[in-house]
Design a protein around this ligand. Sequence first.
Ligand SMILES: O=P(O)(O)OC[C@H]1O[C@H](O)[C@H](O)[C@@H](O)[C@@H]1O
Length: 301
Amino acid sequence: MCHAGPVTESGESSSHRSRQIRPGTVHGLDAHLIETPNARAAISVFGGQVLSFRPVGTGHDVVWVSPVLADLPTPIRGGIPVCWPYFAREGQTGDVPSHGYARTARWAITGSVVAETGEVEVSLAPEGLDHLGLRLSMTVRVGATLEQGIHTHNPGATTARLTEALHNYFRVSDVADVRVEGLAGLTYADKFDGGAIHPQHGEWTLPDSPARSDRLYPGAGGTYRIIDPGFDRVIEIQGRQARTAVVWNPGAEVAQGMADVGPHWREFVCVEIANAGPDVIQIDAGATHSMWQTISVAPVS
Ligand SMILES: O=P(O)(O)OC[C@H]1O[C@H](O)[C@H](O)[C@@H](O)[C@@H]1O
């Protein structure tokens, strides 16, 4: 990735940078478009979420974005929403938005670096969230893999508590035909069963009846693989400083009540890296916590 080889500030050639990072639209949304020799990506201005990642030679986008998106400022259903400074409504009181404020903020690019290899690193930050106390920023590196870090700085005088997630929506051939490795033997809290704790027997596959999943795996460890024979691809997600995994798909019945999913529920599986549930992060006064993921794609065979 960018930091592995010699790196030059993009100022070395601003036209070079503007060829590789430029404004555009994806799925009708304003986005930062990134082009490198090994992949193309797009990051939405609204929500700062990755809306596309296509390594060269990949048939299908790695991420799924709803073909029936709701109008903004409804959070964008798909891509990689940034859930921050809390996951779901954990630890909150009152009428707060699900998954926090970052996914409905406007994000600006605060810096960029183009490596000699042509790989790109972009730094971004949300606007208008200073009243929250904690400061959020994000790094996205686009090369043969997608590397993404969210950084939370605590400028305050006391320890802060945080939950967070990178809520990856991965495009799959059919959620009922994929399996997710890396979770076998763990226990999960089942939100479709009132939060009851269950053991994960074998690899994750979509349950038969009802065919849906909202499972939070604490202490999960960080590397998961989605095996998708239908698309002949394996998506690997490697998390760092991300103790929790969440695997979510609403299934047909719940999706029917979600205008921005509806009949499209089979097209994705969310394998999210997080610090959530019991895995609350404590950030000392003046300290910064980063959570990272690396997403890579390979053929099944
Ligand atoms: O509808 P949203 O607020 O985007 O949340 C979508 C889903 O996110 C996570 O996966 C949670 O575990 C689910 O309970 C929630 O339904």
